[in-house]
Design a protein around this ligand. Sequence first.
Ligand code: 13P
Length: 337
Amino acid sequence: MRTSQAMQDCIQDLVDDTRGILAADESSGTIAKRFADIQVESTEENRRGYRDALLSASGLGEYISGVILFEETLGQHNAEGAPLPEVAWKQGIVPGIKVDKGLGDLPGAPGDRITFGLDGLAERLEGYKAQGARFAKWREVYPITAHNPTALGLSANAEMLARYAAQCQALGVVPIVEPEVLMDGDHHLARCAEVTEAVLQSVFAALRQHGVVLELMLLKPNMVLPGKSCPVQAGAEEVAEQTLRVLRRSVPAAVPSINFLSGGMGPEEATLNLNALNQQPAPWQLSLSYGRALQQPALHAWRGQPENVDACQQALLKRARLNSLARQGKYRPELEE
Ligand code: 13P
């Protein structure tokens, strides 16, 4: 199949007006931290069992159109021997893959970060495709301080995202471009807005330079929020208004869908904010690609016990359903009961 046709088909399967993407691509280090919170050891079997439980939650495909997996999961199987990517696709959930290799400090720009993993990416993508992945994800991270991100941080991170995205598209894999401005700190919402606008504008300038086809990618940004320790917090309407203002100034309408990360928002807060965003007109689909905000209740219901798999799946389905309502601007906090 022509690479652009493969990507168009993938976008069609991923993007509609009711569903979102589940991020279940925690790296070995991150999943070990999540499991430690519930006193579960991060063994290969525990990781397999948990992710099998998520992907086989019956009816999940009604609310979730795609799942981002970690490399290890792509090669794992359910108890009946079916590959986990196939288990997802049986429910109409497109399997995708996190392809970046984690973060380090950016030399020359104290306080800024940079993501690794471009070397050998083409070969790895061919392998992931053979295992069933149809889209990819790469995350760059931008901490906010009085001095960060620096001009060098903005351009270096944008360059990484653009090179990754161009490489994916050359091989017929839809890239999710994820520039994440972190919530850590006591900065005000206006500072997050200013940084997010600079980040997105630098990213789209680099994407254009590298010839990335905007119609065949998805954007996974942060919402515009005050820092976690800022004394002035913001309501959902303000978050939605400021987020949309920044997006309108920075993201071409050719991008089919914007799928927000949850980034440390609580599950209900993430749903409420997505709902407020979907109360306003916008030229893109406004959807989600939540990790923690979809999984946290499910993880705590599971606690590593096979007898809790049903409770785990019910907790995931509940968050997925409520976020699907939020996608349509139809969520109300009373529905949490
Ligand atoms: P959170 O929604 O937990 O921020 O995770 C999304 C993600 O994929 C981060 O790369």
